[in-house]
Every structure is written in structure tokens, then in C-alpha cells.
Ligand binder design. Sequence first.
Ligand SMILES: O=C(O)CCC(=O)C(=O)O
Length: 328
Amino acid sequence: MYQDGRAVPEERQAEFFRLFGFLPLPGFFDAGEMATIDAEYASGLESAQQVYAKGAFGVRLQLTWSNMRPETPFLADALEYDKLLATAERLLGPGAVGATTNGNVYSGNQTEWHADKAVPHFRSVKFVTYLDPVAEDSGALRVLPGSHRSPWHEELRPIGAKADLNTAGNPDDEVAAGARFPVGDVPAYICDSRPGDVFAFDLRTWHASWNGFPNRRMVSFTYFDTPRDDVEREALRKVAKLVGQEGMYRELRRQRDWMDEGVKPSRIPQRERQYSAQWLANAEGSATRARWIDELRDWGMIAGPAPQAAASESTPAKAAPASTTAPS
Ligand SMILES: O=C(O)CCC(=O)C(=O)O
């Protein structure tokens, strides 16, 4: 399937993704790519830890950071990487827009059932790759096939632990207990994974993990589909608004966590943004990225100054201050 370094998922697989809301892509990254991803993951985490308080891993003992940073050049450009982009376009359509490239570390022993986004008519794909082997009883992703589709998506709310799916990270709304169904009681597809395997899922698909180990490492790449009509455009704007709101909650948590560690507010490092000035500057003049930046700006994912203005700001490498929200 992945010959000559190019991913060519067949139409049958795209149909599977549309029907079931996820798609296994075994052996997607080769050993060389995984070595690069591993090394950049370490650099990204090291930088992120200078911005996020040590030990303060937020919801689900999870830390997520943007890889649109100079220390992680492969991951920063990965959304334009042939293999990933071709796969995203096959699953969504030729207008797929690269939205986020993130690093994630999980140290809790479970991730409760949730969907990353609950907005109807929002079409997207997130690719995740775990850097360590994970299985059913050791933190493998599990997904509920078909749960990206309404009304099944909405009917599944009782399996989630959160009162409101879109408030993850709000320090005042951590309903971590109280799901009616423990993670393992919900019948699911288990995404057993070895390094190099990738799983694609729609951000509306319900997913979870069980019995994970400390420092479970994962990187993710997310694309949004270009809206085909006003309803889809409105859905995207709503998603962007929610991402902004989640970013605000995450920032509040971050400040609280540093202060819990005894750090004075004036000493708290500048927060990270998803879109670094460097990524927005698009120094190589990629027409694809330029189009994405325009779209992301139009939807409200990128706020603030235009790319040229952002690029000319002097930018401390570790705290990319260009614009918009924290990683999702
Ligand atoms: O690996 C996990 O525990 C959960 C992953 C997840 O929730 C996500 O990728 O959105």
C-alpha cells in the first residue's frame, strides 16, 4: 500500500473511513521516519516543558504541545509531507487543510470516552502514531466505529465523563468521575499499535484508552476539510471558536499549575501558540501552506497579524508568539 514512500490508500479505505470514522494504516511510517519523529518528539517535549509547569500535565495527566516549532523541523512541515497529505486528501478531499501537528504525552492510566469535537457537519481527520507499542491492556487507542455520525454521536454522550464535551481543560469543569460506563465496558475497536503504525480518525469519533503506562508518547497530525457549503463553513467557525475557548481554559490551568509550584505570576514563561511565527512566515513559499493559512485565518483558527507582520516580529524560539490558540 505504501510503495516508494508514498501513501496511496485505496478508495475502498476512504469509504471505510467515511462509514466507520476511523482507518488503521499499519506500517505507515518506516524505521527512518520513526527515528526522526522519535528524536524530534524529545526536542519538542523538552521545549514544551519550559513553558508548561513540570508535573502539571492537565486533563488526563496529558501534556500536548504544538510541533510547529523550529526545534522540530520534520514535524513542523509534516502536514505537507507527501504521504500524509495524500492520505488526508484521499480521506477528506483535495481541499484538505493542515490544521495542527502536535506532540502528546499521557501519564494517566486511562483516557475516558470522548470525542475531540462534537460539532455536527464538521469534517476532519486526525492521524495519530504511538511511539511505543500499545495494546488493549496497555493504553491502545480504542474507537467506537460509526460514532462520528449523528444521531449516534449525540446518543453516546452517557458514556463520556464530561458534562460538556467542549469544555475539556476548563479548571472549573473537571468532571473526571461519573461516566455511566467504565472505559472497558464499552464495546470498541482496539487499535493495537507498533511504532510506525498510524490510525486515522474523524475528530467526531468517540475514542478512549485503558490501562496506559506513564509517559505514553504519541504525535498527531490534524486536517480540516474545506467547507462545501454555508452549513459546513459555519460548523468550522464554531469549531475555531471552541478551540479558542479551550485554549483560554488551558491557559488558566497552566498559570494555576505554575503558581501551585510556587512560581510568581511575573515569572511564568510566555505561553505557546499553535501557529508559530516561523510556521506562518512560510519561508519556503509553499503555495499549499499559503492557502491553508488563508483558510485558517478565515475560519478564525488564526487570529492577529497577517503572516508578513508576524514574520517580521522578533521571536524567541521556544515560545512562538505569533497568534491564536493553544494546541488542541
Ligand atoms: O491515547 C490516548 O489515551 C487518547 C488519545 C486521544 O484522546 C486523542 O488522540 O485525541
